[in-house]
Design a protein around this ligand. Structure first.
Ligand code: GLN
Length: 232
């Protein structure tokens, strides 16, 4: 593709394991809604991307210190983050839910968390939400850098619950990850692509233009269906 070969190359950081948005396939290649969407937008707009799977918090910090050009990582658009970053148009709706191990019948609501351990991922909306209700419900917070280890901690019973994004937990549960969702979705921000505030305006504009084009052409929906419909 001549156009993209001539275009700029941007370094984009992402999470390590956050299926269906970013994860490694059986060949070890990074795939997922975020990755496919970014690649399709890059092709549509004639730029190149180098994807760096750093983990969520590390990706956000790399962007803050301008070591990377952008982040796509199921990253929620929040008021606090909008002070440090410029976000694209939202591309996916999310929200935080609580999950527990399959077969655990002791926990059905936040009230049942008293004295229990709750797993969260550093720097996420799920972690902020857990912190915001921790005093009220009297649980202990255990932090992780990635979702896979965090879910394992609940499955093995070291932690009794986890707070994470609804689309990711729902996908994992449908894939048989050994967890079950027990609460209604809390209000959360939609996902956006982020650049550092005032930096990479051209990239942000191209992301928005490309996203609009893909939404119109149906390619955006095809990417979602590839990961979400096939699993139903
Ligand atoms: N959407 C959540 C957030 O932005 C979690 C993102 C993630 O874990 N990759 O905080």
């Amino acid at each position: 593709n001549l156009t993209s070969a001539e275009g700029k190359t941007y370094t984009i950081a992402t999470d390590i394991t956050f299926a269906p948005f970013e994860f490694q396939d059986t060949n070890g290649d990074f795939v997922g809604i975020d990755i496919d969407l970014l690649n399709a937008i890059a092709e549509n707009q004639g730029f190149n991307v180098e994807i760096k799977p750093l983990g969520f918090n590390a990706a956000v910090q790399a962007l803050e210190s301008k070591q990377v050009d952008g982040v796509i990582a199921g990253m929620s658009i929040t008021d606090e983050r909008e002070r440090k970053f410029d976000f694209s148009e939202p591309y996916f709706e999310s929200g935080v839910v609580m999950a527990i191990a399959e077969g655990n019948e002791d926990i059905a609501s936040y009230e049942d968390l008293k004295g229990k351990r709750v797993a969260v991922k550093t720097g996420t909306e799920g972690a902020s939400f857990a912190q915001s209700i921790q005093d009220e419900y009297g649980f202990k917070i255990v932090t992780f850098d990635d979702s896979a280890n965090m879910y394992d901690d609940v499955k093995t019973g070291n932690s009794q619950a986890v707070f994470d994004d609804y689309p990711v937990l729902a996908y994992g549960v449908a894939q048989g990850n050994g967890l079950q969702i027990v609460t209604e979705k809390e209000v959360g921000g939609s996902y956006g692509f982020a650049v550092a505030k005032g930096e990479n305006g051209e990239l942000l504009e191209q992301f928005n233009d490309g996203l609009a084009n893909l939404e119109e052409s149906g390619e955006y929906q095809e990417i979602l269906d590839k990961y979400l419909e096939a699993k139903k």
